[in-house]
Design a protein around this ligand. Structure first.
Ligand code: BEZ
Length: 200
């Protein structure tokens, strides 16, 4: 997958197919921390607000295929390790066939990773389940890495791709997080720059 100094190839579908987590299961929890919070373009059995410990959202992944182009990549989310933080999102109980669709959609650097998630509402609040998330690690070829929130907003304001304008993703996520009662200063600051500096 990776040798020292060599970035992983862009298409992660083959690797994800080999990651045969939860073989033989009828259903699997999928944790969404980005666009999956507000837009699930796949069938699911149920969904519940949930959180994962030790991870933080960052617009550090380049998007050549959804919110940008190979010539002018946009920025989309990945997770970075943050031991003291909770990342609030939405958990979906899905049948395993859903992962073929998501593997294709997220083939530009995202790998499936097993995660412990905690439900945050209702009678299940505080209970745990094992699930899957999609993470774009720093060694993937599309990874852009850190920049100031102002710089990230500048890039996002200029970017659009086959899935639409890059700013639409940030502003929809900012609304969805507010509806969940989630405070995420990274997302909120970028959204604020987009509104105030670029009139979005
Ligand atoms: C998500 O919304 O959880 C998500 C973000 C990036 C890639 C795949 C899924």
């Amino acid at each position: 997958m990776e040798t020292a100094g060599v970035k992983m190839s862009l298409d992660t579908q083959v690797i994800n197919r080999q990651r045969d987590h939860f073989r033989g299961r009828d259903d699997v929890w999928l944790f969404g921390y980005g666009s999956l919070i507000y837009k699930a373009d796949f069938p699911f059995l149920e969904h519940r607000p949930a959180k994962i410990r030790g991870w933080a959202r960052r617009f550090w992944q380049g998007s050549h295929d959804h919110r940008g182009t190979p010539e002018a990549p946009g920025r989309v989310l990945t997770l970075i390790e943050a031991p003291e933080e909770d990342c609030i999102g939405m958990a979906y109980r899905v049948t395993p066939d859903v992962f073929a669709h998501l593997d294709h959609r997220e083939k530009n650097g995202y790998l499936r990773v097993v995660i412990d998630l905690t439900f945050t509402t209702g009678t299940n609040s505080g209970t745990h389940a094992e699930g899957l998330i999609y993470i774009a690690h720093p060694h993937n070829a599309a990874f852009l890495g850190p920049a100031s929130e102002a710089e990230i907003a500048r890039q996002i304001a200029q970017s659009r791709g086959p899935s639409g304008p890059n700013d639409e993703y940030v502003l929809a996520l900012d609304h969805a997080l507010a509806a969940l009662g989630a405070v995420d200063p990274h997302v909120a600051t970028i959204a604020q720059h987009l509104r105030h500096d670029y009139g979005r």
